[in-house]
Design a protein around this ligand. Structure first.
Ligand SMILES: Cc1cc2nc3c(=O)[nH]c(=O)nc-3n(C[C@H](O)[C@H](O)[C@H](O)COP(=O)(O)OP(=O)(O)OC[C@H]3O[C@@H](n4cnc5c(N)ncnc54)[C@H](O)[C@@H]3O)c2cc1C
Length: 342
């Protein structure tokens, strides 16, 4: 069997690559055992503004322009939730910072200058909220399920782990079991730590925990960002999270993180609530906070795309488009994102 590209991993990085390849009529096959991934457990918020410091991420508009058309495709309509974020302001000084930031050229299309007061009597916002526009969240689990079904029906999905020992490498062609391919792309998230070609990358697993809570009468219509994100899911359900931890014993939810999340939610509202679910996942992060993409120094038909632990929803389509271009012209990948920086 012959394909242009074999993709290892079907989180957001692998998924976006399949969509970018389809657009260019490049054939592919995906290998993933379909176990719990970081992407499937993500809150899925897309937002190009750093809400701690009121600044935009680098190349924010370019990254958004790539990402939104991927998620806005009709087939993903049940997974795409455009929704403003209400950033809870905590002091007069933050109100001033908001006013200054919303006047800046790179932020003015995202930060509404008006500060809203008394938006909802059930939540505690004495200094009001600032509204971040053109944001939203993706139901990543739903999106990946829809995409997997489509690819599987077209015979492009193998629901098993990739065995590194079975890859035969030569200059122009790669063979994996009965597949003949031109490129292999590893989009394995934290799984890359076991990858013999890219195990040198400084991917640091960062554990994130979150809750689904039921809070009758809270009535939030927009995502609220206080010390945590609170995303309205409908039917009085809210997703609250997530935590960040570089040190952890296992991938299971912990009492400590649950208690912290509950405390943050209680700061926001006095209404009673019930915990419906407690989840956890591992983000693939990089110390310099930028994703990693590019080919292996010696085997130039072996590629990786990783480090999407922060803003993976936004990065995935942008990196996928760049990667497809790089198959023809490897210089297209910018040095700040390239694997060669390690
Ligand atoms: C709790 C939490 C909340 C988050 N919230 C947000 C958010 O709000 N917004 C945002 O933008 N980002 C968020 N993220 C981060 C982000 O969405 C993910 O970290 C990112 O999507 C990672 O994508 P990935 O495809 O690189 O890796 P993963 O999602 O981990 O996917 C890797 C895939 O590779 C497969 N794999 C690994 N090894 C092999 C192998 N040998 N053979 C075959 N398959 C293999 C795995 O099974 C997995 O399916 C969050 C993450 C977490 C954990």
């Amino acid at each position: 069997m012959q394909r242009d590209v074999l993709i290892v991993g079907f989180g957001l990085a692998g998924w976006a690559l399949t969509d970018a390849l389809k657009k260019q009529n490049i054939s592919f096959v995906v290998f993933d055992p379909l176990k719990k991934s970081s992407s499937r457990t993500a809150t899925g918020i897309f937002n190009p503004v750093v809400l701690k410091r009121f600044r935009s991420i680098d190349s924010a508009n370019e990254i958004m322009d790539h990402a939104i058309p991927f998620y806005r495709q009709p087939k993903y309509k049940d997974a795409f939730h455009p929704l403003p974020i209400h950033r809870v302001l905590t002091s007069v000084s933050e109100q001033n910072d908001w006013a200054v930031a919303s006047d800046k050229a790179d932020l003015s299309c995202y930060l509404n200058p008006a500060i809203l007061n008394n938006i909802n009597s059930n939540i505690h916002t004495p200094f009001g909220v600032g509204v971040v526009e053109h944001t939203g969240w993706i139901d990543t689990n739903k999106l990946l399920t829809i995409a997997h079904q489509e690819i599987d029906q077209q015979g492009g999905f193998v629901a098993e782990s990739f065995n590194y020992d079975a890859l035969e490498i030569s200059a122009n062609t790669l063979r994996y079991k009965n597949w003949k391919i031109s490129h292999v792309v590893f989009a394995e998230g934290v799984g890359v730590l076991k990858n013999p070609w890219f195990s040198n990358l400084p991917i640091v697993p960062n554990k994130g925990e979150w809750l689904i809570i039921s809070c009758k009468g809270l009535g939030l219509k927009n995502t609220v960002k206080s010390s945590v994100f609170v995303v309205p899911l409908g039917n009085d359900l809210y997703r609250v999270g997530a935590t960040y931890a570089r040190e952890f014993e296992n991938t299971l939810p912990t009492e400590k993180a649950k208690t912290w999340l509950i405390t943050q939610f209680e700061k926001l509202t006095a209404l009673p609530f019930e915990i419906m679910y407690n989840g956890a996942g591992l983000r693939p992060t990089v110390p310099d906070r930028r994703p990693v993409v590019g080919s292996h120094a010696k085997h130039t038909n072996i590629w990786c795309v990783n480090g999407l632990g922060s803003r993976g929803v936004l990065w995935a389509p942008y990196l996928a488009v760049g990667l497809v271009g790089a198959f023809q012209n490897p210089q297209m990948i910018s040095p700040e994102l390239h694997v060669a920086r390690f």
